[in-house]
Design a protein around this ligand. Structure first.
Ligand code: PLP
Length: 375
């Protein structure tokens, strides 16, 4: 079968389950996981706990629920506050769930462009631990690694350990939103368990760079996970024969971690290609993992929306992150030739915009596709 290929760079959440995942799903041994008997869910949870060097783990439907549950467990006492980055996923993109559902007050600290928060500012933000009358009580610090809104930058183990020391000193907990913690581990060359050693809990997405269709896993102490399990049920995240999903996630974890370095290499190639184009600027140093943000220069007459429109006509899909900024995310279903194709389309798309659509040559990007059902 010959078809046009689609190069989907919107996110690493867009991957389709591959044949190995689909086979594992079909063959998964399952039982009722709310009752605690699904063997495939248990196998996945034990594996993630082992990899992260934590006592226990819990499969949940999404990263958002993983973070919400983690914050709510650490902040179970009313009047609790969490210190987190003003540009963090939890604060910006999770519907304010920690306050609307969790009743937890957010105390933001500015995120630096590399995703960190200054240690002194974290310390300054901690309050109420001595039982003062007027303040909420800080019970948790949240970090995000890699940091999505900061371009997929990685927090180092040294930085994470320092924040862990602060948490210990003030008797509070540390949670890491590790939606892309494996990307950070691979990019930094640090074992993932070492990277999260200082954390009391970590949420790990299997449906981002690792390519599973659904799911995140929370890790932490046995006591923490026991409470998390109860909250998962409260939030409607208890799923019955969930081994069908866990089977695909297990394949993702087994097969795809080593592919992340290729995603990072391709992100750099993409960034360098964009940097060479007259109308764009890219901070090459910020490309540490699988994300590329590029800015459209002022007075270029190109808007991010229009650029994404002309790219879509060429089957390259991207998302504007502002009127002058576009984000591209690499994942294991994007090849070297997809990256070259995307760069060609971006050049042509720019030409088309600048010539008022007259120069809209669209390359026929035909590839041979073997239908999944016949593989
Ligand atoms: C850093 C980060 N944390 C958490 C999430 C939430 O994950 P989900 O979309 O599975 O709820 C995302 C989603 O993109 C993310 O990028």
């Amino acid at each position: 079968m010959v078809t046009a290929r689609v190069v989907d760079l919107r996110s690493d959440t867009v991957t389709k389950p591959n044949e190995a995942m689909r086979c594992a799903m079909a063959a998964a041994e399952v039982d009722d996981d709310v009752l605690g008997f699904d063997p495939t869910a248990q196998k996945l949870e034990m594996e993630v706990a082992k990899i992260m060097h934590k006592e226990a783990a819990l499969f949940v439907p999404s990263g958002t629920m993983a973070n919400l549950i983690s914050v709510m467990v650490h902040c179970e006492v009313r009047g609790s506050e969490v210190v987190l980055g003003d540009n963090s996923h939890i604060h910006v993109y999770e519907n304010g769930g920690i306050s609307t559902i969790g009743g937890v007050h957010a105390k933001t600290v500015p995120n630096n462009i590399n995703g960190t928060m200054d240690i002194e500012k974290i310390v300054k933000a901690i309050r109420g631990v001595d039982g003062e009358m007027y303040y909420p009580t800080t019970r948790l610090i949240c970090l995000e690694n890699t940091h999505g809104n900061c371009g997929g930058r990685c927090l180092s183990v040294e930085y994470t350990d320092k924040v862990g020391e602060v948490a210990k000193k003030y008797g509070i907990k540390l949670h890491i939103d590790g939606a892309r913690i494996f990307n950070a581990s691979v990019a930094l060359g640090v074992p993932v368990h070492r990277l999260v050693q200082a954390a009391d809990s970590v949420s790990v997405c299997l449906s981002k760079g690792l390519g599973a269709p659904v799911g995140s896993v929370i890790v932490g102490s046995t006591e923490f996970i026991t409470k998390a399990k109860r909250l998962r049920k409260t939030l409607g995240g208890g799923m019955r024969q969930v081994g069908v999903l866990c089977a695909a996630a297990y394949v993702a974890l087994r097969d795809n971690v080593h592919k992340l370095s290729d995603d990072h290499r391709r992100a750099k190639i993409l960034a360098e290609g964009l940097q060479q184009m007259e109308y764009f600027s890219v901070d090459l140093n910020s490309v540490e993992s699988n994300m590329v943000y590029f800015d459209i220069k002022e007075n270029s007459k190109i808007s991010a929306d229009r650029l994404c429109e002309v790219l879509e006509e060429r089957c390259v899909i991207a998302m504007p992150s502002s009127s002058t900024r576009v984000r591209l995310v690499l994942h294991y279903q994007i090849s070297d030739s997809d990256v070259q194709f995307a760069l060609t389309c971006i050049k042509e798309g720019v030409d088309q915009i600048l010539t008022g659509g007259k120069n809209g040559k669209i390359v026929q990007n035909l590839i041979n596709v073997v239908p999944v059902s016949t593989v």
